[in-house]
Design a protein around this ligand. Structure first.
Ligand code: HEM
Length: 444
């Protein structure tokens, strides 16, 4: 811990209630904060401990990295926090006020309304879409490996596969020809979100800077995908008493207590396209990275594909796609004995919570077997926690485990990169320059 003196206030009357870096040192670190935020956060945590205050006057900004602190913010004090943070406000430029970004009042009835689309039996239906997506991937890879081996970008492959599964399972649509355009529009839009959140002077989206124009084009492309989904369902309307097939049926249900407006339907579809595929793809990409750089674990998975769930859960621990979760405090909170005043920004970091030795033995080692005893209550938050827990958690775990099991028993996959793959910490964790791997068909 540092014994450096901290000022009593950071300006705008913002009190200092926890230790943390000084303004000068943070200014000197600006380049590494933007280029490699994970390393900066790790260094800050190791120097100052589990609750850190940054020298930012408005809003007062805290980093929370202890398992108990994360639980306090996300679960126990859920009613005393809000999603009106810079990060979620910027994300809503892309997703609108969908379930992910909506704040408590709008969120509560919406979550109740959408929950049936994620009941166990509905999630089980996504198996058909997972199998169809994998069959398509096998066919593409067979063509590529007709001469023996091929090098593929598994990150790109996982993005396409996850998008096809999401659109098939939630909206009953085959996005086949549009996959590349939609995945790339998603990435461009999300990069825009992060760039805006990291820039202290955000220029309004309406102002035609090159970055704004790029982001607007990407949002327009996502809107086109939403329109295609809606017009496909207009062609296959259900009789009034038919059981729901997927989430789109729920959104369009005319018997809802308060039927959704056009804009609300658009926002939910855009939310689920974005939240439902990029996260799963990121998780799978890093799972492959961990497997090809730990060939013993890959071999164990080939021998026993039922291990896929352990592998996926452990990959999510080491590479949680949502590496920060933000909240604004609505009242004074006490987290790990530190007072966090009302109106502060709290950054809970799954990346750091999952590396905290208070929760994990040998935290940086890839050890899928540690999940044999189940997922712990404390210190494991890849899907968040509490009332705002990811609604797609079980769908994602099913998708992740099925995909790992199928590919590892059908294809031989080898690393072509070093064990160090630079990480682009965007809205989710992505490899900076894709994740090339060498593939060949396994002879059974
Ligand atoms: C490995 C994959 C996934 C990861 C790591 C992940 C992560 C998360 C996290 C951390 C949150 C909570 C955010 C917060 O508390 O501020 C969340 C919420 C959410 N996720 Fe996921 N997610 C994944 C897959 C999915 C899938 C497959 C879907 C949709 C099919 C989805 C849709 C959502 C939605 C709509 C919310 C907002 C829920 C609410 O506030 O009620 N996610 N996700």
């Amino acid at each position: 811990m540092s014994g450096k003196k901290t000022p009593k206030r950071y300006g705008w009357n913002t009190p200092v209630t926890a230790i943390g870096p000084q303004g000068g040192s943070m200014l000197r670190s600006i380049k590494s904060i933007t280029s490699d935020p994970l390393t900066y956060l790790e260094a800050t945590w190791s120097e100052f401990g589990d609750v850190v205050q940054f020298p930012i006057p408005k809003p007062a900004t805290y980093l929370v990295t202890s398992p108990e602190g994360a639980r306090e913010v996300l679960v126990n004090q859920h009613n005393e926090t809000s999603k009106r943070t810079l990060q979620y406000n910027n994300l809503s430029l892309v997703t609108g006020e969908g379930l992910l970004t909506a704040d408590t009042q709008a969120w509560r009835p919406r979550r109740r309304m959408l929950q049936p689309a994620f009941h166990k039996e509905m999630v089980a239906l996504s198996v058909n879409h997972i199998e169809a997506g994998l069959a398509k991937l096998d066919a593409q890879w067979l063509e590529l490996t007709s001469e023996g081996t091929a090098i593929v970008d598994i990150d790109h492959a996982m993005m396409s596969l996850a998008l096809e599964i999401t659109c098939g399972a939630l909206f009953g649509i085959d996005v086949d020809d549009d996959v590349d355009e939609i995945t790339s529009a998603t990435l461009i839009a999300l990069h825009g979100v992060v760039a805006r959140a990291r820039n202290p002077i955000s220029i309004p989206l309406g102002f035609p800077t090159p970055a704004n124009l790029r982001m607007k084009r990407a949002i327009k492309r996502l809107d086109k995908a939403v329109d295609a989904i809606l017009s496909s369902r207009n062609l296959s309307k259900l009789p009034a008493d038919a059981p729901i097939r997927d989430m789109l049926d729920v959104l369009l249900d005319p018997d809802l207590e308060i039927p959704l407006t056009k804009q609300q339907i658009r926002d939910e579809i855009a939310t689920f396209i974005v939240a439902g595929h990029e996260t799963v793809a990121s998780a799978l990409t890093w799972a492959w990275h961990l497997l090809v750089t730990n060939p013993d674990e890959l071999q164990k998975l080939k021998n026993d594909p039922t291990r896929a769930q352990l592998v996926f859960d452990e990959s999510l621990r080491l590479y949680p796609p949502a590496w920060v979760i933000t909240r604004r405090t609505l009242s004074d909170l006490t987290v790990d004995d530190v007072l966090i005043p009302a109106n502060s920004l709290v950054i809970v970091s799954p990346w750091l919570v999952h590396r905290n030795p208070k929760a994990w033995e040998n935290p940086t080692a890839f050890m899928p077997d540690r999940f044999k005893a189940g997922t712990p209550q404390l210190g494991y938050i890849p899907f968040g926690a509490g009332a705002r827990l990811c609604i797609g958690k079980e769908m994602a775990r099913l998708e992740g485990s099925q995909i790992l099991a199928h590919i590892s028993t059908t294809w031989h996959i080898e690393a072509v990169h070093n064990s160090q793959v630079p990480i682009d910490a965007s809205v989710t964790l992505r490899p900076v320059a894709g994740m090339p791997v060498r593939i060949s068909r396994l002879v059974k």
